[in-house]
Ligand binder design. Structure first.
Ligand SMILES: Cc1ncc(COP(=O)(O)O)c(C=O)c1O
Length: 394
């Protein structure tokens, strides 16, 4: 165990099984450890480093901003947050923005907004329907929203007002809808739950149901937003428009940020209803603006679509070669491979030993969430390492 890892075990609460690697530097799709060892990074901070590590446009924007103005209270206007709000609104179907600091906080705010809407327009309806195997964050309410018993069990009793129903089952949503329901909250593609894709027509049916019942559709695009699935936002691929959308992860290239976006009719917060000390922080917003502008100006989502298709086609070749690969699935650069047995941990280790960082999303599945600007040749490099790792257990 390295010096840093010993100190960590002395001082930290153990909330994560860390990989025994101390990362000290990153550039593009690569990171280096404290021994100078290089790794190709297909985890990207859990889908955060949209433009790779330390992208020049973000370094420049953040450097300029920290020399100019780091933080003010939200009682004052600051330019970066207005610029970021404008580019978000101009490039989405939503009209108004609220900034916060993380994904869970964005979802909390989205649910508060939906409840406020319920108070104003739906006779006080407050319940939110979410899906099994979803992931919405670690705060108490978002644990209740997250349809995974393993995250919920240790914290029972959970906050009321959340109903978890089977994913990809519109009838289950219809049955769970009551006169107390104010919203349905879904991820366009379930990321943490295992990269689960919506069935054809599912999201459109949910959207139609929401319109029929006059309730809100909240899309959690914390993982799928900002180009990850091959369009700027995931909803664009399903012919639907959310009433509320949340973002975080890849929005500011690694500077903590979260955002709630809503249609005009749903933007019902009034002064004092909601707030955040750091939300809309000028440095985070400068990083967000630089990231989003680069993504849009350079059609990074187009790259995601092309490289993602290539990636999946190469994984399909591996599936032909290794019979224990049972499924390859994904959208854009949110991709999973599933195995017939629980070998994901040993694959993560075998890839690590060969210089590739990948993520175990389930005991029998790996997830690939690399930077959005990776190239086919970086995919080839990763897949030749993966091939070697798979061969080692064949
Ligand atoms: C879809 C989704 N929602 C919410 C979250 C929570 O975000 P955070 O960890 O920033 O609170 C995550 C994190 O993985 C996520 O993937």
């Amino acid at each position: 165990m390295s010096h840093w890892q010993e100190l960590e075990s002395k001082y930290f609460m153990k909330t994560v099984e860390r990989i025994p690697l101390t990362l000290v530097r990153g550039q593009g799709a690569r990171v280096w450890d404290d021994d100078g060892q290089e790794y190709l990074d297909f985890v990207a901070g859990w889908a955060v480093n949209s433009l790779g590590h330390c992208p020049p446009v973000v370094i420049e924007a953040v450097g300029e901003q920290v020399r100019t103005l780091i933080q003010t209270s939200n009682q004052f206007y600051t330019v970066p947050q207005i610029q970021l709000a404008e580019i978000l609104v101009q490039n989405s179907c939503l009209d108004k923005v609220f900034f916060c600091n993380s994904g869970a906080e964005a979802n909390e705010g989205a649910v508060k907004l939906a409840r406020r809407y319920g108070k104003n327009y739906l006779d006080g309806a407050y319940e939110v329907i979410t899906a099994m195997s979803s992931f919405h964050g670690r705060t108490l309410s978002m644990v209740a929203a997250t349809g995974q018993p393993k995250f919920q069990q240790p914290y029972i009793p959970l906050p009321v007002g959340f109903t978890n129903v089977e994913y990809n089952n519109i009838e289950a949503i219809k049955e769970a809808t009551t006169d107390q329901t104010c919203a349905i909250m879904l991820e366009p593609v379930q990321g943490e739950g295992g990269v689960n894709l919506p069935n054809d027509g599912y999201l459109a049916a949910v959207s139609t149901w929401c319109d029929q019942k006059g309730i809100l559709l909240i899309l959690d695009e914390i993982q799928t937003g900002v180009g990850r699935t091959g369009t700027l936002f995931g909803y664009e691929q399903y012919g639907i428009e959310p009433d509320i959308m949340t973002l975080a992860k890849g929005l500011a290239s690694g500077i903590p940020i979260g955002a709630i976006l809503a249609k005009d009719k749903v933007s019902v917060f009034t002064p004092g209803d909601h707030g955040s000390t750091f939300g809309g922080n000028p440095v985070a917003c400068a990083a967000g603006y630089a990231t989003l502008k680069y993504v849009i100006d350079n059609d990074v989502a187009g790259n995601v679509k092309r490289v993602g298709q290539y990636f999946v086609s190469r994984l399909e070749e591996l599936k032909q070669k290794f019979q224990f690969i049972t499924d390859v699935r994904g959208r854009g650069l949110l991709i999973a491979v599933e195995f017939s047995s629980e070998i994901a941990n040993s694959m993560v280790k075998a890839c690590l030993d060969r210089g590739l960082l990948i993520n175990r999303v389930k005991p029998n599945a790996l997830r690939f969430i690399p930077p959005l600007n990776i190239t086919n040749s970086e995919v080839d490099e990763a897949l030749s390492i993966l091939d070697g790792a798979l061969s080692s257990i064949d």
